[in-house]
Write a protein that binds this ligand. Structure first.
Ligand code: SAH
Length: 365
């Protein structure tokens, strides 16, 4: 089965991409995302993480991460932002009284790298003064972790800054990445609770009249129109706790590894069952799989930002890969006991990372 997304095919050019980030609405969504904000704020206001360090914020947007770090004792923050927001961010920095500790660099990471190591060191004396850059912080995650393909820019920044550090000291100052790890997970789901919460809850009783037939119509149109479906799923949709399909260490990951990600995992219902799976089997019923939820987590030490259906919702929601309608309607993928297993092969392919999206394919066994 193949599943190709098309909802962002028009953002293939960098100019369009950065124009999108000039939209304040996009930043508001991120600034209102509580779990996202809590993860970064906890780390960047922790003096043991930032104190005395030269920090590079890759893709700093509104400047929120930069300001937290600068306020919490960073020696200096180099804040790189390619969209027109960089100009506005200079005011943000000044209004927070941080202008002496922050340099906003209005450029793409790639432009900065093209200028070379010597130009970078010459332009930013704080780097030499502190023996190099100690931390790269970035919020690069897109839907299903990798959408938008911003991670390659973060990895290029990492390699460039390591080269910078190597010219300044021997051994060079170690460069840490925040977050330092990202994982992609998936689990089989039933859509029944999603339908119940998002559609039936309204249509089921409108001023005393059941309008479920209209609800089903809206639901089917919604499912057909969104490919893939990106929405917050009730945790009751999960038929399995989830398996890790990709585990990336940002200290060692290379850009080449991001063009194709593929893994096969076996879902053992007995080993990682959920209340929903157990409920499906009650009274002689069976577990009917409608598709798969895909989500991610990122972490730094013990701090984790989790976007699973079990965690508080984030603006990344979950990405849902559905079986074709005839498979769902026919309940083709179903199990009548917990002792069964379902094997899923998930493949994400970015033929060209500059297109900023992946083709998602899955296969069942
Ligand atoms: N750090 C901010 C914004 C995150 S959104 C926050 O956490 O709220 C990602 C930002 O990175 C966007 O503003 C985008 O314009 C910027 N960006 C993405 N790729 C970039 C690149 N290659 N060079 C510079 N900025 C980039």
């Amino acid at each position: 089965m193949q599943h190709e997304e098309d909802y962002a095919s028009d953002t293939s050019k960098d100019a369009q991409y950065f124009e999108g980030y000039a939209d304040l609405g996009v930043h508001k969504v991120m600034l209102r995302d509580r779990p996202r904000m809590d993860f970064y704020r906890t780390l960047l206001t922790d003096r043991s993480v930032v104190e005395g360090k030269v920090i590079v914020d890759v893709g700093s947007g509104s400047g929120i991460l930069t300001c937290w770090a600068a306020k919490s004792g960073a020696a200096h923050v180099l804040s790189i932002e390619a969209s027109s927001l960089a100009e506005v961010q200079r005011h943000v920095v000044a209004e927070n009284g941080l202008a002496d500790r922050v340099t906003v660099i209005a450029a793409t990471v790639e432009e900065l790298i093209a200028d070379g190591v010597d130009a970078f060191v010459a332009a930013h004396p704080c780097v030499r003064r502190h023996g190099g850059v100690a931390l790269v912080v970035s919020e690069w995650m897109g839907f299903y972790l990798l959408h938008e393909c911003m991670l390659p820019s973060v990895l290029r920044a990492r390699d460039f800054l390591r080269a910078v550090n190597a010219t300044l000291a021997s051994p060079p100052l170690a460069l840490r990445m925040l977050p330092s790890r990202g994982r992609l997970l998936a689990a089989p789901i039933t859509l029944a609770p999603y339908y119940a919460d998002t559609f039936a809850a309204f249509w089921g009783c409108v001023d005393g009249i059941r309008l479920d037939a209209l609800g089903r119509l809206e639901y089917e149109a919604h499912i057909a129109a969104t490919s893939p479906l990106v929405d917050v799923l009730p945790s009751r949709c999960l038929l399995h706790a989830g398996e890790v399909f990709w585990d990336g260490n940002l200290d060692t990951l290379s850009v080449d590894e991001l063009t194709s990600i593929a893994a096969t995992r076996s879902f053992d219902f007995a080993a990682a069952t959920t209340d929903s799976a157990a409920a499906c089997l009650r009274d002689g019923g069976c577990i009917v799989v409608d598709g798969f939820a895909v989500w991610f987590d990122v972490s730094y030490g013990a701090a984790v930002l989790d976007t699973s259906p079990r965690a508080p919702p984030t603006h990344w929601k979950q990405t849902t890969l559905l079986l074709p309608r005839e498979f769902r309607d026919g309940q083709v993928v179903s199990f009548d006991g917990l002792d069964e297993r379902l094997e899923l092969r998930l493949q994400l392919t970015a033929e060209d990372l500059t297109h900023r999206c992946y083709k998602m394919e899955f296969e069942l066994n």
